[in-house]
Write a protein that binds this ligand. Structure first.
Ligand code: CTP
Length: 401
């Protein structure tokens, strides 16, 4: 893919070198367009060596080549990282006073901006308004992380990690710039719950959280505001989601009920333990000298999906569940899925086949989408992002009705 990486003049410019490496290493052709100020932080030689292309900041360099028009027109993705307060302001006002802003004016592909600045600048009314305008125009502006800034100060304004920016940007391309979830508040649970036995042991499951994280990443790319309730995720949460980290089913249940009170779409992608130990020992359970094994008594957990489907406080809220199924002597994967769709009361149920090597922890997935009465309404096979997009296609359709 032909990518333009714009770099504005902030201390986080050094992290853009890592973004550049990630992109070129996965085979993309990247043209770096720094601003004059960016070169104060990281020099031209670094960008030229890492990208393998000459670098200019001005519209008046290489004029015969008309780079200010060509770069934008030819790009299939533009990433600006870091985007400073000044760059956001100039982009909002359609300025073309350097090669980067001129490129932004001619680009017709998805544009992803990752702001980084001091907290006061990020929270200033002028920056808020600029970000809102850019988002309205379809630019994916990633929320900055909170944390250590340039000096000893901390707060929102930190550039998200390079991997997270690259993942968000590539997801934006996948949607072709589609922003059909704009204005929707989406809450997604992901991962697998752990039921404590004692301070060091738990009962858990193999869920990695990849499918739920893919749903969160793609929903963000399509314009949604996303809350991710993550239970023991093995993959990083996408930049720009509001992350609530939980461990047990009880914690997940509370977090989901709270988040669902202000969600238009609720997705239960987490693998929730059906049973938990009846007792949670406050001390580590010891071996007995006589070799007796302690009994493991289990009690059933509440069905969070069924609860969420039954208690909706937001009008028109859509509730989507997953069904992890294996076929058995009573029926195949879809038979079990249909029965579950009816039982759970959710509006949509994404049915997938699981087992060691299929579904859990793997990169590929096959999902059939059923409506609340068990009728097939969609589906997809492929990467977890492909499956996620197929799910959002159906959700976007339903929410538009
Ligand atoms: N789920 C839930 N609370 C539970 C168990 C499951 O909210 N205590 C949700 C899952 O997040 C998923 C859906 O219910 O969206 C189906 O999960 P699954 O494990 O396939 O089904 P179970 O309800 O456990 O049913 P069964 O054990 O009969 O397969």
């Amino acid at each position: 893919m032909r990518i333009v990486l714009g770099v504005a003049g902030g201390i986080a410019a050094y992290k853009a070198a890592l973004i550049l490496r990630l992109l070129t290493e996965s085979g993309h052709d990247v043209r770096v367009v720094p601003t004059r100020a960016a070169l104060e932080f990281v020099g031209r030689a670094t960008w030229e060596a890492l990208s393998g292309h000459p670098v200019s900041t001005e519209v008046f360099e290489d004029v015969a080549d008309v780079p200010h028009v060509r770069l934008g027109r030819e790009a299939e993705l533009v990433i600006v990282a870091p985007a400073t307060a000044d760059l956001l302001a100039r982009a909002t006002h359609g300025r073309a006073d350097d090669l980067l802003t001129a490129t932004l004016l001619t680009a017709t592909c998805p544009v992803v901006m990752a702001p980084a600045m001091h907290t006061e600048m990020w929270q200033h009314a002028a920056t808020r308004a600029n970000v809102a305008t850019l988002r309205e125009r379809g630019v994916l502006v990633i929320e900055p992380d909170s944390g250590r800034l340039t000096g000893a100060d901390t707060g929102p304004g930190r550039l998200p990690e390079p991997e997270a920016i690259v993942a968000a940007a590539l997801a934006a391309v996948h949607t072709g710039g589609r922003r059909d979830l704009t204005g929707l508040r989406v809450t997604i649970s992901a991962g697998g719950t752990r039921e404590p036995l004692d301070p060091v042991r738990f009962l858990g499951n193999r869920s990695s959280g990849k499918q739920g994280v893919a749903l969160a990443r793609t929903a963000l790319a399509r314009g949604a505001e996303v809350t991710l309730v993550g239970a023991n995720l093995t993959v990083p949460a996408p930049a720009g989601v509001a992350l609530v980290s939980v461990e047990s089913t009880a914690e997940l249940r509370e977090a989901m009920h709270t988040a669902a009170q202000r969600a238009d779409v609720v997705v239960m992608a987490a693998a929730v333990a059906d049973f938990r130990p009846a007792a949670h020992a406050s001390h580590k359970i010891k071996k007995q000298p006589d070799g007796t094994v302690p009994p493991l008594e289990l009690v059933q957990n509440p069905d969070i999906l069924a609860e969420l489907a039954a208690t909706r406080s937001v009008p028109g809220q859509l509730v989507l569940g997953f069904a992890a199924e294996t076929g058995d002597e009573h029926g195949d994967v879809l038979d079990h899925g249909r029965a579950k769709a009816l039982r759970k009361g959710a509006d949509l149920l994404a049915v997938n086949q699981v087992g060691v090597g299929v579904g859990f922890g793997t990169a590929e997935n096959t999902v059939t989408l059923l409506d609340g009465s068990g009728i097939e309404v969609g589906g997809a096979s492929g990467s977890k992002d492909t499956v996620a997009h197929a799910i959002w296609d159906v959700v976007a359709d339903r929410m538009a009705q």
